[in-house]
Design a protein around this ligand. Sequence first.
Ligand SMILES: [Zn+2]
Length: 47
Amino acid sequence: MADKCAICNKKIETTFLNKINGTFIGKKTVCSECQSKYKNKLKDELK
Ligand SMILES: [Zn+2]
């Protein structure tokens, strides 16, 4: 299962444990790069 980052639209890879290389914000997925880039401003970016 591959998803796209809701901010940069980059494809988010999944690990062998089927975890995404990023995080879920509500129903959206955000890649680890944007996660570290925006941190606690993530929810504002996703409005
Ligand atoms: Zn991203």
